[in-house]
Design a protein around this ligand. Structure first.
Ligand SMILES: C[S@@+](CC[C@H](N)C(=O)[O-])C[C@H]1O[C@@H](n2cnc3c(N)ncnc32)[C@H](O)[C@@H]1O
Length: 206
């Protein structure tokens, strides 16, 4: 794993900070289920079939859902605790997915232009904003041309983080030029505690 940042995932959280959440069974971001907007997109046929990557997957409710529906899913997390939990959940559910203990920012060239779909769920807001440009570079590198980044971006309205506030302007600023904005709207069917705070984005890799 790349450790250019001396174990830091930006100036916000270190890798060890993330792992501590899993050690302490303290995951306030975890919805306990796949986010409803993703289910609706799937049911509406708006998620292309094929290979999907879920970076910063955590316990991976999205991974289980999409892999259970026939997508070929790769899940990535820096925290061993997340990887162990997700593998356990998948085994219990009898669902197969590739679960990698790796740093998203140093995914090797085997991932280049490999994925049809990149699923963003509470990962962009988890990294320090200083890493956002690198996030976009990696997302662009690993998606096939024409592939989709489908995401829920979290507008916390608060300073500091994680989670770090993400506005529509942030999304446009970082993704325009490398991605075409197919959809960007305030989500109207978020779970209760995120009502009015999520941007549902569908961005097409150019
Ligand atoms: C806020 S949690 C979100 C987890 C999951 N997506 C969810 O919504 O339940 C952020 C996750 O990103 C992981 N993470 C942080 N930095 C990472 C990195 N550089 N590469 C891969 N995963 C990372 C953390 O370990 C943590 O599991």
């Amino acid at each position: 794993m790349n450790d250019e940042s001396d174990g830091l995932t930006g100036e916000g959280y270190t890798h060890a900070d993330w792992q501590k959440h899993y050690d302490d069974d303290d995951m306030p971001w975890d919805l306990g289920e796949v986010a409803p907007p993703f289910v609706r997109l799937w049911e509406d046929g708006r998620v292309p079939k094929g290979r999907m990557i879920v970076p910063g997957c955590g316990q991976g409710h999205e991974v289980k859902f999409f892999a259970g529906n026939g997508m070929q899913v790769t899940a990535v997390d820096i925290a061993p605790g997340a990887v162990e939990r997700l593998r356990h959940h998948l085994k219990n559910a009898g669902v197969s997915a590739r679960v990698l203990h790796d740093d998203f920012f140093s995914l090797n060239s085997e991932h280049d232009a490999f994925y049809d779909v990149f699923l963003e769920q509470t990962f962009f807001c988890a990294i320090h904003p200083i890493l956002r440009a690198t996030y976009v570079n990696v997302a662009h590198r690993i998606l096939k041309p024409g592939g989709l980044l489908i995401g829920l971006f979290y507008e916390t309205g608060e300073r500091g983080g994680p989670p770090f506030n993400t506005t529509a302007d942030d999304i446009l600023h970082h993704f325009s030029g490398r991605f075409s904005i197919r959809n960007l709207e305030k989500c109207d069917h978020s779970i209760d505690k995120r009502q009015g705070k999520e941007w549902l984005a569908i961005l097409q890799r150019q």
